[in-house]
Design a protein around this ligand. Sequence first.
Ligand SMILES: CC(C)(COP(=O)(O)OP(=O)(O)OC[C@H]1O[C@@H](n2cnc3c(N)ncnc32)[C@H](O)[C@@H]1OP(=O)(O)O)[C@@H](O)C(=O)NCCC(=O)NCCS
Length: 338
Amino acid sequence: MVREWDPRTASSDEVASVLDTLNAVLAADLPQDPPWRESSLREYLSEVMPGERRISWVAQAEPGPDGLPGPILGHVHVLLLGDIGVLEVLVHPDVRRTGLGRELVLLAARRVYQEGFQSIGVEVVGDTPAIAFYESLGFAREYVETRSVLDLGAVDWPALAEMATGIGAGYHLEFCPGGPPDDLIEAYARAKAEVRDVDDGELRPSSYDPQRLRDSLDTLHRRGMKPYIVLALHEHSGEVAGLTEVVVPAQHPTRADQYDTIVVQDHRGYGIDRAIKARMLLELRSAEPTLAEVQTWNAQANEAMLKVNAELGYRPDREWCEYSVDVAELVHRLDAAR
Ligand SMILES: CC(C)(COP(=O)(O)OP(=O)(O)OC[C@H]1O[C@@H](n2cnc3c(N)ncnc32)[C@H](O)[C@@H]1OP(=O)(O)O)[C@@H](O)C(=O)NCCC(=O)NCCS
């Protein structure tokens, strides 16, 4: 049975069942990734930025002979933001290739269409069945990034400590657990906005104005995701010359996610990228003693950043692709195939 599902009011058993399916999917498709935990999963599935909406459906098996509800074997949600719906679909490996994934996409696509949105985007992990699935539905590949993973157990810490101090004169680094301090929010947002204009192109969501930045930090906290930031401050002007952001999610606290790393154009060439990332890893080592890995996503063309990541010990892991489709065409195609 497929039905709309609200994670805010769902029973704990249902949330636990979605978690089981998610972990079965990870074990099948990304076996090196750590399994997710239930901690803040409900919040992760329900909290959104102001102005955004997330709509979810589940596919639940029939009750067993004991009369208890069956497990949730499929889950889809779509996040409505700007003029796009961002889709995520999970089907338990035991029930794949039965048409369930297609059915879930059709439900979400119809709603996105009714809501007046033009297109649907989805992140698809390279070398998994999802590539053939989305291509069979007419999604087109827009963009490819490489995910890389750093094993903290293999890091050369003395070398890292040296990198963290190898920064040009006139700058100093500041570690900000929880987010940038309030008096630096405006300078922080300016740094992000400038770099977006120059050379952005990555998939991670970014926040460019102070209010959006505050909202984004607040949303992260509500979703159980703890941000850490290292700033490079230009002493003369007080401007943020560089920043790097890492998030430790309660759902998989042994593997952190690297978000943006930015060095403002005028401050490039002073070793800031390497120094802020190295300092971040040193700080995380004491702030998050259970952390074992950090993952990061980079545009394949971003050679400078890939080089620094390799020096720090990151190893390329998978392609991470962004696909999209016109909603009207998708609904038409799926309806016609029924
Ligand atoms: C992608 C996914 C949703 C597909 O679900 P599904 O229920 O198996 O898909 P369907 O049965 O509806 O398949 C529809 C079509 O997609 C294509 N397809 C799906 N899986 C395929 C595979 N393994 N190989 C080739 N084609 C495939 C086929 O054309 C299929 O039609 P057919 O079976 O009539 O040939 C499922 O594999 C999944 O949950 N993957 C994980 C996705 C994810 O987000 N992972 C994130 C963490 S890794």
